[in-house]
Design a protein around this ligand. Structure first.
Ligand SMILES: Cc1cc2nc3c(=O)[nH]c(=O)nc-3n(C[C@H](O)[C@H](O)[C@H](O)COP(=O)(O)OP(=O)(O)OC[C@H]3O[C@@H](n4cnc5c(N)ncnc54)[C@H](O)[C@@H]3O)c2cc1C
Length: 354
């Protein structure tokens, strides 16, 4: 059986981002890498969006940038600008294609479908395959989105809608999210934050149809693409091993209050590449502990008071937009954290500390 210096287990967002980062910085010119991925083919399956608070390698896979967005609760709409940190959307199809084309040029990189096909004892493993088994208590951000196309020019493609809470909440937290790619094309998602125990929340197709026809007043459209997923709002457990570190969702790269993961994966890949020669000794890359602390309180409040959450999210955006974006993208300074905390209902949050 073949043996490699490095193994990346799971060639999804984190696995491929890391392989690409290592390859473009010539870290694989005299080291071998095996990528283990069990899917049959790479095709567009996700839309990764985020405020561009740090640089990344995939500007050429960005489908659209926006510098304005809205957030809605019943009867109120807030318009927010994000000129210095535009909101970007990456098409996973373009991302996979770019990376695979690049990696295929390097003879030191090999692809396998199953880790059992290679020898692993002497390799260093970057693992992105995790078992996020459902615990009845855990919260998930679960959603389904469709890209629709209309004949008439309907959408304002200069502004996206981050959260529209003007919809049935069903004792949970529910919003719609609309990314207008052009005047005739948009991705529309129905998103829930819940423990996944209520199957009626997963009636996504009807929710989307109802929202498009009755809220957006669009009757004639065709569906070009669909994605459905669930992001764990908890960090998967793993057993520490001397020759392995976890990356991506498996490595705690998800921001628990928002589900945003993509840019954290890029930061983690950079950190690993910068420290690759001392990988067994370095401290693990992690999202700053202050966010884990604050997000855990936030999620406890959310679980106990789902009905209050639309207003809480809305009020958060009373802070200057840079402050909120930095906070949600884990780049905030202490004073920014403080101004966000001041916008929260203090007693409700304080109660969750004890
Ligand atoms: C539909 C969807 C949309 C999302 N949108 C956003 C967004 O807008 N912004 C954001 O920041 N985050 C978003 N996320 C969250 C996060 O960015 C993604 O989940 C991201 O793909 C996580 O990367 P990963 O490498 O950890 O996991 P994955 O990308 O899922 O990669 C894991 C890989 O392991 C492979 N695999 C699984 N089991 C095995 C096995 N036994 N052997 C070999 N290979 C295996 C899988 O096929 C997969 O390719 C989204 C998540 C989903 C599901």
């Amino acid at each position: 059986m073949k043996e490699f210096d490095y193994i990346i287990n799971g060639g999804g967002c984190a696995g491929l981002s890391l392989a690409y980062e290592l390859n473009i910085h010539s870290e694989l010119s005299n080291k071998t890498l095996a990528i283990i991925e069990n899917r049959d083919e790479y095709k567009r399956d996700k839309t990764w969006s985020f405020w561009r608070v740090s640089s990344h390698n995939f500007e050429d896979c960005v489908k659209k940038n926006w510098t304005n967005f809205t957030i809605n609760i019943p009867h109120y709409t807030k318009h927010i600008e994000c000129k210095s940190t535009p909101y970007q959307t990456i098409d996973s199809g373009l991302f996979y294609k770019k990376i695979i084309n690049n990696l295929e040029q390097n003879k030191n990189i090999h692809f396998f479908k199953d880790i059992k096909e290679i020898k692993t004892e002497n390799s260093f493993i970057f693992n992105s395959v995790c078992n996020v088994s459902e615990n009845k208590e855990s919260l998930w951000q679960h959603f389904s989105g469709i890209e629709i196309e209309t004949k008439k020019e309907i959408f304002d493609d200069e502004i996206f809608n981050l959260m529209d809470f003007d919809c049935d909440q069903k004792d949970s937290v529910h919003f719609f999210y609309t990314l207008p790619y052009s005047k005739t094309k948009a991705l529309i998602e129905t998103t829930w934050i819940s423990d996944l125990n209520d199957p009626t929340l997963k009636d996504y197709d009807n929710q989307l149809k109802d929202y498009i026809e009755n809220n957006l007043k669009i009757k004639n459209y065709k569906i070009n693409y669909k994605e459905t997923g669930a992001i764990p709002l908890f960090h998967p457990k793993y057993i520490k091993k001397l020759n392995q570190i976890e990356i991506g969702t498996a490595g705690g790269m998800t921001r628990l209050s928002t589900g945003y993961t993509f840019l954290n994966i890029q930061d983690q890949s950079k950190y690993i590449r910068q420290n690759i020669n001392k990988i067994r000794e370095i401290e693990l890359f992690s999202i700053n502990k202050k966010y884990q602390f604050l997000d855990n309180i936030f999620l406890k409040v959310l679980k106990k008071n789902p009905k209050k959450m639309p207003k809480i999210f809305y009020k958060m955006f009373n802070c200057p937009s840079n402050t909120v974006i930095n906070f949600l993208s884990n780049k905030s300074k202490i004073l920014e954290d403080f101004s966000i905390i001041m916008k929260m209902p203090k007693w409700m949050f304080l109660k969750q500390l004890f």
